[in-house]
Design a protein around this ligand. Sequence first.
Ligand code: SF4
Length: 631
Amino acid sequence: MSVVPQPWPQPAPQIAADIASMYRGKRERPLPVLVRGKLGEWLSDGQFAGAYGVRGKPGWPPSRLALVTIFQKAENLTGRQAAEHVRTRIDWKYALGLDLADPGSGHSVLSEFRARVAGGGLDQAVLDTLLERLAASGLVGAGGKMRTDSTHVISAVRDLNRLELAGESVRACLEQLAVAAPQVVAQLLDDSWGKRYAARIDTWRMPASETKRNELALAYGRDGHALLKAVYAAASSDPDLAFLTRLHQAGVLRVVLLQNYLAVEGKHGQAVIRRREADTEGLPPGRSRITSPYDLDARWSVKRDTFWNGYKVHVTETCGTGGARDGCTVAGSNSGSDGHGGDGEAAPPPHLIVNVETTDATVPDNQMTAPVHARLAGRGLLPAEHYVDSGYPSAELLVSSLADFGIALVTPMLADTSPQARAGAGYDRTAFAIDFDAQQATCPQGHASSSWNPVTQRGTETIVITFAKGTCRPCPVRAQCTTSAAGRRQLTVHPRQVHEAQLAARAAQDTRDFQARYALRAGVEGTIRQGVAVTGMRRARYRGLDKTRLEHTYAATALNLIRLEAWWNHRPRGGWTGPAPATSRPSNSSWRRETRINHQGQHQVAFRQSPIFPEHPPPAILGLPELAAGS
Ligand code: SF4
């Protein structure tokens, strides 16, 4: 399939006239109508050409499929519902420039579009384009304040335990082989295989007895090995069947067996299949362990009381009060030039999402701080201050963010984890005076250290400072200082710049000034709630990291448009810090946090229900073509 770039058709005259008649005066116009009216033709087919071939029949224009996908996320619709909305919704037809009788496209066209764009690495194209447009209009910019937080994302596949994973991996491989080479499968099957693999593993109850579960686990392991043996034997004996070893599910089964089973030599030299046990043979680390044969990127992870299989999404948004210091140059005069009337009150622009990053669930937050900054740098939207919780910074990141990107991280630092600091008794690191020029530390008893060793520990530069045994052994307060068997105190500190930045940050974070300033970060929780409730961000709709990433980027674009729509329609945003708006803010009391126990007996946390957070009333917007009444 190829792309033949074509401009978006103007809204059909009959539809434009009907819309203008329906939304006359101060009646709020729906999001698709406002987006087309305010932003015009803001996406182009050429942006997506890289995801399509140069030959073949041109399909639906990709820029308008992208717009449909954004509207789909804005209303949290399935692909089928979105395709139906293209056929039946007059506001969608207006935005897409379709005639009333236009049948639109099938839902599979949207699915193919997602697969092509995700596979072609163009998942960020829509957010990049919208932000460029907003930056040109002065609604976002570099040098302001931004805040970031992350939340868990549950994968689109069924949660499986290790036993179920082994069984379902064998079943998935059997299914694929049965289509590709039924003769290979026929040689293996007997009645017992039918019992184990006729139905999906999650459609029947696993045996309750531990012994029977172990037997079943071994049967899965033996079946899996027998199946792969048959595949490799068939591929080596017949060149026409060589492709069997490249079957997707055969590769998955091989990895699942490697990660969960051992083939050892029995007493008589025969191969014996055994399960890997965490305590004895060890299991691969969670970051590389496959959790489902149908989604190879999903991973198990745990955060406090939330245990989930899937991904993690990091959302970054602007959080200033508007104005040049926040990188925003929109004046904030609500002149009402779009015919919706303004009262002249200054109104800062809405907080807008400037970045989303999706990773598998095992990636810690602090590994995403630098990638978030690099992405913002690429967009020309680096903030001066970045508000994050204590999961994102490290002592090194405090310094490197400032040095590499000019960003001051506004964040509490994690507490000192030394045994003395954790116990709240004895001499922790702060009790020692460190002289980096003289390369010496002085302990609370006034003794100088005996050695100063710069080393690299787990890829990080540190300095190990040691006090002499002869100094510490006779010390009267040794019990408060060290429990080392060697009887001497050892300290590990960061290099000078990092050490000083960490001390300064820890000293500052207890002040009232810092706490008042840091309160700005909390607003991003509301954005995540909005993303979860409005776009379904916390539950992946598609399988695989690429498509989940694309889903989140389109969700972020949709949330930006929802916020702009509220602003264009003069609705105040939540978290308003200026004078109280005339209309009361909607209560967030309908939010509730629910803890439930899943089928594996694990606690899961979910948030239910949310209002769409309203935005500030807009000033004259963007300097873009207004919706032409009656055109
Ligand atoms: S134990 Fe050693 S380092 Fe600690 S206070 Fe006594 S002399 Fe100083």
